[in-house]
Design a protein around this ligand. Structure first.
Ligand code: NCD
Ligand code: ZN
Length: 348
């Protein structure tokens, strides 16, 4: 149902989420389970989730942290390393709860030091994934420090993604958190590939990083880009193309680890994700396209059923808190202290 101030959509899922573990997991999970029925859980813990046994144990800890009365299904992933074996991939496919294998180039982002140093080392694994149809979830950036940080996604496409797809044409791929018009164009032209888009890349460009001073809470990887890229992403997300779907990349870090001389990458959006997406879609008068992006195209790509329950948002202005509690240090949500014009009312 849709009119100008209230919208009810099928319950959405988050196809890219960081939950961490322990106390942080307990603090952040209720924000996600309030809005989303399922989420793809990223495996970049310390140490990372590398085996089916690790994923099974982590899944249990997540299930134990779900608040009473909330329904939520964590969809698990494994963290690919130079040493992941084809047998582990077969075991992952047999374990029904694992839905993808996450590729981090070594050193690209938070907890990626055990990531892949050379994609060529993974050919045996990719062959099995292609054969059994297990999706590869890509952090698509090169880590070569000679490449400008704003160009790392574009160079990844040319240097790694095109060769990968020509060698494994039937391997299902999710190009995670795309940030450029180059990625949008690539996704539209390729096959067996879809992309997630975050709320921050739909709402902000790189100026937000330097508004009156340095703004660490807008720092995530891949980094925010120029306005022309934001506009291309907004156009893609609201186009109705099933190749683009919701993945918040909500990545909690303590306030202390963000506001630091070497601050961590990651924006925290799980608290108000659907409201942020609604605002982005509303900005281009495309709220009628939100349901496909948030609730249909993700499950269709992963060959899972669409949810049957619903979520309602209304056009109501409210203020994002300055800070949320997290282990005595605080957690700063995206757009802290600013007004937001959509509010989630109910979900059932
Ligand atoms: C993520 C994190 O903190 O785990 N950070 C981020 O900036 N997006 C890692 C990632 O997805 O790159
Ligand atoms: Zn991420």
């Amino acid at each position: 149902m849709l009119n100008s101030s209230i919208i009810t959509i099928r319950k959405p899922d988050d196809w890219h989420l960081h939950l961490r573990d322990g106390e942080i997991l307990k603090a952040v999970l209720p924000h996600t389970t309030r809005q989303f029925a399922r989420a793809i859980i990223m495996p970049n813990l310390k140490p990372p989730i590398r085996s089916v046994a690790d994923a099974a144990a982590y899944r249990k800890r997540i299930l134990a942290a779900i608040p009473q009365g909330h329904q939520f299904e964590p969809l698990m992933t494994l963290y690919l390393t130079d040493n992941t074996s084809p047998q582990e991939i077969r075991a992952a496919k047999s374990a029904q709860f694992i839905k993808g294998i996450k590729y981090y180039p070594s050193g690209a982002t938070t907890n990626s030091d055990l990531g892949v140093t050379d994609m060529g080392k993974c050919n045996g694994v990719f062959e099995v994934m292609e054969a059994v149809g297990l999706p590869l979830l890509l952090h698509g950036e090169v880590t070569d420090h000679r490449v400008d940080v704003f160009d790392r996604e574009k160079v990844f496409i040319e240097k790694y993604l095109i060769p990968l797809q020509s060698r494994f044409p039937n391997l299902p791929i999710v190009f995670e958190h795309i940030t450029t018009k180059d990625a949008v164009q690539y996704v539209l032209a390729a096959s067996n590939l879809a992309a997630t888009i975050t709320p921050q890349h739909l709402l902000f460009n790189r100026n937000s990083l330097f508004q009156g001073g340095i703004r660490p809470h807008f720092y995530c990887l891949p980094i925010l880009k120029r306005e022309e890229h934001r506009l291309a992403l907004l156009q893609a997300a609201t186009s109705g193309s099933p190749r683009f779907f919701l993945g918040t990349d909500s990545a909690p870090h303590t306030k202390q680890n963000k506001e630091n001389s070497c601050g961590c990458a990651g924006c925290y959006s799980a608290f108000h994700a659907m409201e942020l997406y609604a605002e982005a879609f509303d900005s281009v008068d495309a709220l009628d396209r939100l349901e496909g992006f948030a609730s249909f195209y993700g499950p269709d790509f992963y060959q899972l059923p669409r949810n049957t329950t619903s979520l309602t948002l209304t056009k109501t202005t409210w203020r994002v808190p300055d800070e949320l509690g997290l282990m005595g240090s605080g957690l700063i949500p995206l757009r802290a202290g600013e007004d937001i014009s959509w509010k989630m009312m109910e979900s059932g």
